[in-house]
Design a protein around this ligand. Structure first.
Ligand SMILES: *[C@@H]1O[C@H](CO)[C@@H](O)[C@H](O)[C@H]1NC(C)=O
Ligand SMILES: *[C@@H]1O[C@H](CO)[C@@H](O)[C@H](O)[C@H]1NC(C)=O
Ligand SMILES: *[C@@H]1O[C@H](CO)[C@@H](O)[C@H](O)[C@H]1NC(C)=O
Ligand SMILES: *[C@@H]1O[C@H](CO)[C@@H](O)[C@H](O)[C@H]1NC(C)=O
Ligand SMILES: *[C@@H]1O[C@H](CO)[C@@H](O)[C@H](O)[C@H]1NC(C)=O
Length: 228
């Protein structure tokens, strides 16, 4: 009797652990909503989106259901010899690369975002403003082949989009484009979540209704002439 009870107990303990563990595993592989941001560093609408809109995903519990993936290539072009030509010139190419290096150097999403947000806010003195002048890891990456490889990867991701992006910032939620309905971003993310975690309060109807007034962003079209 006693032994059968303890067998059951062991069985129960085993399977309870297994369940909790496999639950975590699934969460680890990410059942989160994939929010991809295709952008370029010097486009004003991208800066606005990164600084003012995306902050909500990192300052609230929305990050429990969302993975934000930055793809810093935007409207750049890839020439036949694999040279990247940026819409807003060399400076934009440089900052895109710096941000590609930030993404690879800081896998922690919050840290990654806070550096990218800072660089977008201080495009001229990012090194002193965001890294206290000590951006050694980032500069090492920038000056190595790694940054070029990363950029070609982002070029590939952007140029493989189906449907193609029309402007930046271009946002996809689980691969579906948001077009310019930026005020629907949070509700799209909330509605797309298929995982088991409880929905954050930002997904409640009152919270979503408050976003209806979000203003339009000044987007940069892919075929727009560069003014720099
Ligand atoms: C690559 O192509 C670009 C644009 O067509 C050109 O400006 C550049 O000189 C080329 N670079 C090399 C190394 O051929
Ligand atoms: C952006 O820069 C301004 C100064 O130009 C500063 O007042 C503001 O706090 C900065 N915001 C962020 C998010 O870094
Ligand atoms: C992206 O890379 C894949 C794999 O290397 C390649 O098959 C594909 O043609 C590339 N797509 C574009 C648009 O460059
Ligand atoms: C989003 O915006 C596009 C173009 O502005 C529009 O055609 C579409 O109906 C909007 N709504 C959704 C849910 O995509
Ligand atoms: C819904 O969201 C609003 C705004 O974030 C919050 O003040 C409120 O407490 C939330 N309500 C519920 C029931 O979670």
């Amino acid at each position: 009797m006693a032994s059968s009870f303890s067998t059951k107990l062991v069985f129960f303990a085993c399977c309870f652990l297994l369940f909790t563990f496999s639950d975590k595993l699934v969460a680890g592989q990410s059942d989160k909503v994939q929010l991809n941001l295709y952008y370029e560093s010097l486009c004003p609408g991208c800066q606005q989106f990164i600084i003012n809109t995306l902050v909500e995903f990192f300052d609230s519990d929305l990050d429990t259901i969302t993975d934000v993936n930055f793809v810093p290539f935007g409207n750049a072009e890839l020439s036949d010899n694999q040279t990247i030509i940026c819409q807003h010139g060399e400076e934009e190419c440089k900052l895109n690369k710096i941000e590609a290096c930030i993404i690879t150097t800081y896998p922690d999403p919050k840290l990654q975002y806070s550096f990218i947000r800072c660089v977008e806010n201080y495009t001229e003195d990012w090194e002193s403003s965001c890294f206290n002048g000590a951006a050694d890891d980032i500069n090492t990456c920038y000056n190595s082949d790694l940054s070029t490889k990363l950029m070609l990867g982002y070029a590939n991701q952007t140029l493989s989009l189906n449907p193609e992006h029309e402007f930046v910032p271009w946002v996809t939620v689980n691969s579906g484009p948001l077009y310019d309905n930026f005020s629907e971003l949070v509700s799209r993310v909330c509605n797309s979540y298929q995982g088991t975690a409880p929905l954050p309060t930002q997904c409640n109807s009152t919270a979503l209704a408050e976003r209806k007034g979000w203003s339009k962003l000044q987007v940069s079209y892919a075929n727009e002439a560069t003014n720099y």
